[in-house]
Design a protein around this ligand. Sequence first.
Ligand code: SF4
Length: 380
Amino acid sequence: MHSIAKEEARTLISARGGELLALMQRAAAVRDEAWGRTVTYSRKVFIPLTNLCRDKCAYCTFARAPGDPRARTLTPAEVLQIARAGQQAGCKEALFSLGERPELAHAAAREQLAALGYESTVDYLAAMTRLVFEETGLLPHPNPGALYEAEWRKLRPWAGSMGMMLENISERLLEKGQAHFGCPDKAPARRLAALEAAGRLRIPFTTGILIGIGETPAERVDSLLAIAEVHRRYGHIQEVIIQNFRRKPDIRFRAHDEPGALEMARTIAVARLILPPEISLQAPPNLTPDAYGLYLLAGINDWGGISPVTRDHINPEAPWPAIAELAAVSADAGFELRERLSIYPRFISSAWLPGPVLERAQKFDLTQRRERAKGEKGTK
Ligand code: SF4
């Protein structure tokens, strides 16, 4: 049992100098014990189903207003084209990203959905998840925002794992001038309820926090504790992402400070100590291109989804490093880079996955194990 209490976490998250080094070493030791000296990534293709959204997060560069010429909802043919390109590039994961409930705010979104034959974005997503599952060899991983239980249920037959960033549980961030002002789907109670609903349905789940969006260090700790608490009840959190805010010219927070690499490191280390060790801890390498190796020293064991074919539509200014570069940086820090599936191994079972998804995940898992064994034999 490694988890630390709230008061200790709130002290540690402000560690500086020698104390920060000791904190990182402590977190790295927990990671080594649970995950070893291997760092993983998932080879994914990114499908931006729609960039219309009813929320107005101050840091978002993905969502577009309906009148914007860059506003897009992909057709089924476009979805398949992107998925097939990913499949040909060796991807296993089809990550669906989309805005939250645009049809509740925008007539244009309702009209587009009606033209496609759907009433809601979630219904369209469910159909596209099924299409990609049936027509390609990929494992869909939808990231649809704060859904209700009946909505998660619609996606479940064709999606092995799903995700929704908790972001932060501070109500303060909904106030005027704050990051989540004008964002009904970012109310902490809604997002916690969505995490719980996914737990009740036994969906292997990815969540995480955003840092640098106006939250205090104590609010970061509280958000991580909330994730740990939901996981203790349902056991479904497979990974937690610690994602840093990046400034962009076309967002409401364009003059907002970005968290530095040490700020990320102390948050990662505290997260590793708060979360149960079986939860994978991830930080995106493309958002700190000059210093991401440091995150391995602070306790992460995963780089997240890396796409060989599509750019990061959430942070389009920050390309993913090539997989060879990721391997070199990982090796420099003493880690072996290894590919994983979007569903972590302990969830590849009938207790967590519907039959067809389980079958595909088992097939991929077996192939990856064989390739690894071949590689290890080749280096002996
Ligand atoms: S971050 Fe997500 S919920 Fe917020 S505006 Fe962008 S797409 Fe919408």
